[in-house]
Design a protein around this ligand. Structure first.
Ligand SMILES: [Zn+2]
Length: 279
């Protein structure tokens, strides 16, 4: 079995900017725009505006297709960050991950990635968990929410019909990394190596209860209602992972940990595909 393709070449990450303290949304969107200008194969699209913050309210997606693998079609992954506005590391981790894929496309062979670097633009501008209407967007999905961010993202989830969903979060009550694995068993098989790889940067949380849920070496199978998820009627249901970094740790470390986690997750998934193709 080949080694995990993580942190193999740190060079691509040197070209992406550091996280800013002023204009957090504008800087993140500009960084994605620059990356896309440099690599036109990274396609940007503005889904709409979340309102309340003028230009700062844009909700965007970026799409990149890896080289075709030997199998049929590509595995389509939706990567979501910034659902809570006070968790900025995730959006920058998606930027680094996209930059690494563009520098070494073979790492994304057989996959299509759809990046949503900031799902709560007004919250990021305000530096709050909630959006500018005062709501936790991660309790609003598939409940008839009127929030523009939720409606835009629900439409996306319907339209894209992802094979897997990965949401990056940060938790200020956790002393270490952990994650939620939901849906198919595949989610657990992917989350474990992701946590292991990321723990090179930050420790994992091995408490028996995390965030009020029973946990096993940083892995939780239960979840809150109303979190960003695939439509209930989608068949087959995608695997669904929420990856949490400890929010009180330095943002740069959270950012690196999330990138390592994503790279390990995709490398593991690629091995599963290669194995299945060889059967
Ligand atoms: Zn969060």
């Amino acid at each position: 079995m080949p080694a995990l393709l993580v942190s193999a070449d740190p060079a691509p990450l040197a070209t992406v900017p550091a996280m800013p303290t002023v204009d957090p949304l504008g800087s993140l969107l500009d960084a994605f725009l620059s990356l896309s200008a440099e690599h036109p194969e990274l396609l940007g699209f503005t889904l709409g505006r979340s309102g309340g913050a003028g230009e700062g309210g844009a909700l965007v997606r970026y799409t990149w297709k890896g080289p075709r693998g030997g199998g049929t079609g590509r595995v389509k992954l939706g990567l979501f960050a910034g659902i809570h506005g006070d968790e900025p590391a995730g959006g920058w981790a998606l930027l680094d991950f996209a930059a690494a894929l563009l520098a070494r496309p073979e790492l994304g062979e057989g996959f299509e990635f759809v990046f949503y670097p900031c799902c709560n633009p007004t919250g990021l501008v305000l530096g709050t968990r909630f959006n500018s209407a005062g709501l936790d967007l991660n309790r609003e999905f598939w409940r008839g929410s009127a929030q523009p961010e939720v409606r835009l993202l629900e439409h996306e989830l319907d339209l894209q019909s992802f094979d897997g969903l990965i949401a990056l979060h940060a938790d200020d009550t956790s002393h270490g990394l952990y994650g939620y694995a939901r849906g198919r068993l595949l989610a657990e098989e992917l989350l474990r190596p992701a946590l292991a790889a990321a723990s090179a940067v930050l420790p994992a949380n091995h408490d028996s209860v995390i965030d009020g849920f029973p946990a096993e070496r940083g892995l939780i199978r239960d979840c809150f209602c109303g979190v960003l998820a695939a439509p209930a009627g989608q068949r087959p249901q995608p695997f669904d992972i929420i990856f949490e970094t400890p929010a009180l740790e330095p943002l740069a470390a959270q950012r690196s940990a999330a990138v390592l986690g994503l790279q390990a997750l995709v490398a593991t998934h690629r091995r599963f595909i290669s194995y299945a193709d060889g059967l």
